[in-house]
Ligand binder design. Structure first.
Ligand code: ADP
Ligand code: MG
Ligand code: ZN
Length: 620
């Protein structure tokens, strides 16, 4: 497939010009548009024959070519209504006279058919050829029109063998921890199979662009020393129906032949979007490709030592079929790095570069809140470019500052850089959630607090959920209170309210409505449920259109609204109260957050109970 690329190729316009010329020429020849030999009338031809001065006659349809012994050629046209025999008779030429002449009638019919076929087919061939060129370019030169079904996984036969390892991936320790097991399995599958352990088949990595998802997948292959087969969902979107599926089949076959191995499906959201969602009907190609991925994964048995890894930054749009047990049932979040993470990423990419001693990666990490790993790599690279342009031997702080401006404002950045002011607001907001949660009896413990953005959220407080079969009214109330804690903190400390709390409000409202409408937790409305059914506000995705069908009266709707308001207001009051009672706790938490960006449960609880920790010392 590759060799084709190296052939000296004739420019397309030469081909087109040539073919067109041939076609037109043939057409002209058929219709006799060439000037040809001197024309004489038919009776002169007859006279020449009678005089015995003709050597040969060639008849093509109604064109007659007369050659004299001296080589002179004349052309003539017979009267097309008459047959040639009739014409000779008319001029009184006998068969004997004709017999003495070299008289030939080439098989015109056959010739004509061939030429008309050629004329019909040439343009078609031309079109096919142009199309095949086009497709080959679309495919980036892999195999042209006949290479469609072949997977573009790099190095088809034995995969790619990455040399990167976990050491090259920094700042995503949680994700790495989650993936260690995958490496172990790939290294020693027998160990797991022997004890009948169910092996992970599919691992879905979720995170914003540039956080190192592809890098992690390659690092796993590198750590385990197994081949790596890579395809990208976006490649399939513009293909012919059926091609994507056959590529997937091909890819998995190769992976199986080289097992243990990793199949990496990048941008899986491009093929794995919810089927039937969105406008304008489904995309058959996408569905078939997705189905084929699922069929392949379902076909794995315990002996199949392949791990399918997929990456997306839009887990919310994925088809639920992908997330079912036995498919991509492991989810690994690859978040934007926090300040420590950014520092270690800078170190990884600064390795082997002549970086000035005055440059502090610590300070650079502080400055770059909101940067992804790819942004940081880019930052170092830009700094190096500045240094080279300035004829410097080392990369100094000035270069880093200029590079920062370029990267932070650059067009390719997808995540936004956080301003100091944003960080401050978010830190107090998240601290508000956490402090309120800590002081409520019915909430889950706080597992992690961070001001590193994820998705639309500026930061988040992650609870450690306990398993509950049933949920009490108090749990709901406390959860609503905690959800409103962010906004309450903003109001108390800044006296203003930002848009940062809008999704909190939505969530709290949804919970309050569910309490009243689905769980009969309102004193006023009592037991009847008013839900249109089907959607669970905590588990399911929101089906906005379901909410439109109402099966209750205007009166009930008004009461529901006022009850929801009551629940929200009392929750908000309670949140304000807790924060007013613990302003110093909240402030020290917010400060620690500004410094560390991410806190885990122990650091958080120590802060709340005033035990000094390493991290609170590090604050200074
Ligand atoms: P994603 O697949 O999540 O969009 P990539 O893995 O393609 O991101 O990252 C692009 C590049 O950015 C990587 O090749 C690497 O150089 C750098 N990078 C991203 N994240 C990290 C990280 N956590 N540690 C080190 N380098 C990173
Ligand atoms: Mg990627
Ligand atoms: Zn919030």
């Amino acid at each position: 497939m590759q060799e084709q690329e190296n052939q000296p190729s004739i420019p397309p316009w030469v081909w087109i010009l040539g073919l067109v010329t041939v076609a037109i020429g043939a057409q002209m020849w058929l219709t006799g548009s060439f000037d040809g030999p001197e024309k004489i009338p038919m009776d002169e031809v007859a006279a020449l024959i009678e005089a015995g001065e003709v050597k040969s006659i060639t008849v093509r349809k109604d064109k007659i070519e007369v050659v004299l012994p001296d080589g002179t050629i004349y052309g003539s046209t017979k009267h097309s209504d008459d047959s040639l025999t009739e014409t000779w008779e008319y001029y009184g030429i006998s068969t004997e006279q004709l017999a003495s002449i070299d008289y030939s009638v080439p098989d015109q019919a056959a010739m004509n058919t061939m030429i008309s076929i050629a004329i019909t087919i040439l343009p078609i061939l031309l079109l096919i050829w142009i199309f095949s060129r086009g497709f080959r370019q679309m495919q980036g030169g892999s195999g042209g029109i006949f290479g469609f079904g072949k997977s573009r996984a790099k190095n088809l036969n034995d995969g790619d063998r990455p040399t990167v390892t976990f050491a090259d991936v920094a700042g995503v320790d949680e994700a790495k921890q989650d993936l260690v097991e995958v490496v172990q399995f790939l290294k020693e599958p027998e160990k797991f199979v022997q004890v009948g352990a169910r092996i992970p088949k599919g691992v879905l990595m979720i995170g914003p662009p540039g956080t190192g998802k592809t890098l992690l997948a390659r690092a796993i292959a590198g750590e385990a020393g197994v081949p790596f087969f890579h395809i990208s969902g976006s490649e399939f979107v513009e293909m012919f129906v059926g091609v994507g599926a056959s590529r997937v089949r091909d890819l998995f076959n190769k992976a199986k032949q080289n097992a243990p191995s990793i199949v990496f499906v990048d941008e899986i959201d491009a093929v794995g979007r919810q089927r039937g969602a969105g406008m304008g009907g489904g995309n058959d190609e996408r569905e078939q490709t997705l189905n084929q991925i699922l069929v392949e994964m379902d076909g794995f048995d315990n002996e199949t030592n392949i791990i399918v890894m997929a990456a997306t930054n839009r887990a919310d749009v994925l088809d639920p079929a992908l997330l079912r047990p036995g498919r991509f049932d492991r989810k690994v979040f690859v978040d934007l790095p926090d300040v420590k993470g950014r520092e270690s990423i800078l170190k990884v990419h600064g390795r082997g570069k002549p970086i000035d001693e005055a440059v502090s990666f610590r300070d650079m990490a502080r400055l770059t809140a909101g940067f992804s790993g790819a942004d940081l790599e880019n930052l170092i690279n830009e700094a190096a470019i500045f240094a080279a342009r300035r004829d410097q031997k080392t990369i100094g702080m000035l270069e880093f500052q200029d590079a920062f401006d370029r990267v932070a404002l650059g067009p390719e950045r997808k995540s936004k850089v956080m301003s100091e002011n944003d960080k401050l607001t978010i830190a107090y907001h998240e601290a508000g959630h956490a402090v309120v949660s800590f002081h409520l009896p019915n909430t889950d413990p706080v597992q992690k607090i961070t001001i590193v953005p994820r998705g639309q959220a500026g930061g988040y407080v992650m609870p450690l959920p306990e398993d509950r079969m049933v949920v009490s009214r108090e749990f709901f109330e406390d959860k609503i209170t905690m959800t409103l804690g962010g906004r309450a903190a903003e109001e108390i400390f800044f006296g203003r309210i930002t848009t940062g709390a809008s999704s909190d409000l939505q969530q709290a409202t949804r919970m309050a409505r569910a309490m009243i409408m689905e769980y009969g937790m309102s004193d006023v409305l009592g037991l009847p449920t008013y839900s249109s059914g089907g959607s669970n506000p905590f588990l399911g995705r929101q089906m906005a259109y379901l909410g439109n069908q109402r099966n209750y009266s205007e009166e009930a709707a008004r009461i529901i609204d006022s009850e929801v308001k009551k629940i929200l207001e009392s929750g908000y009051e309670k949140a304000l109260e807790i924060i007013r009672e613990n302003p110093d706790k909240l402030m020290s938490l917010a400060k620690t957050l500004l410094d560390m960006e991410t806190l885990d449960r122990t650091v958080f609880e120590d802060l709340m109970t005033d035990v000094p920790t390493d991290s609170s010392l590090a604050m200074a």
